[in-house]
Ligand binder design. Structure first.
Ligand code: DQA
Length: 146
């Protein structure tokens, strides 16, 4: 059997509330639907998609470390940790794989504190403002990169 390349998709804090939380900004699609769609698309692209959500910074760092030597690429929406977390930035650097940062909203059109990403300069690319479609585009981009 063909070994599929693994891609890890990480969702940060409060993204477990998608569909219920600030729907004007983040939309009505829940996280389970996003993850299901990504796994289906992954199969078409010959990628094995692993998804992970946590509200805890250290758990996200641990999950990125666990991907070392196992996964081939990372798609990450660090949510609020985007703007604060040097620890997640360092973990992404240590992982040393193609990485795509995704945001549902356009962080550059929002409050000043959201306009700074600790990851922006260390990821391969960034997609924002397109809602859940951004994750799909990121996965397609990852398939091309790999
Ligand atoms: C977000 C943007 C962040 O500023 C915010 O804290 C989130 C979600 C987005 O996907 O648009 O929780 O990462």
């Amino acid at each position: 059997m063909e070994e599929l390349k693994q891609v890890l998709v990480i969702h940060g804090p409060n993204l477990n509330l998608l569909g219920k939380r600030e729907v004007d900004i983040y939309g009505r699609t829940g996280l389970a639907a996003i993850d299901k769609r990504l796994k289906e698309l992954g199969r078409k692209l010959r990628l094995e998609v692993e998804t992970f959500q946590s509200n805890h910074e250290g758990a996200i760092v641990d999950r990125i470390q666990a991907a070392m030597g196992v996964c081939r690429g990372l798609i990450i929406n660090p949510a609020a940790y985007t703007h604060t977390s040097i620890a997640i930035r360092d973990a992404v650097l240590a992982l040393d794989l193609p990485a795509i940062e995704v945001h549902l909203s356009n962080i550059y059109g929002r409050e000043p504190f959201r306009q700074k990403s600790m990851l922006a300069d260390v990821v391969t690319g960034q997609i924002g403002g397109l809602g859940p479609l951004g994750y799909e585009l990121a996965l397609r981009a990852m398939a091309s990169l790999l």
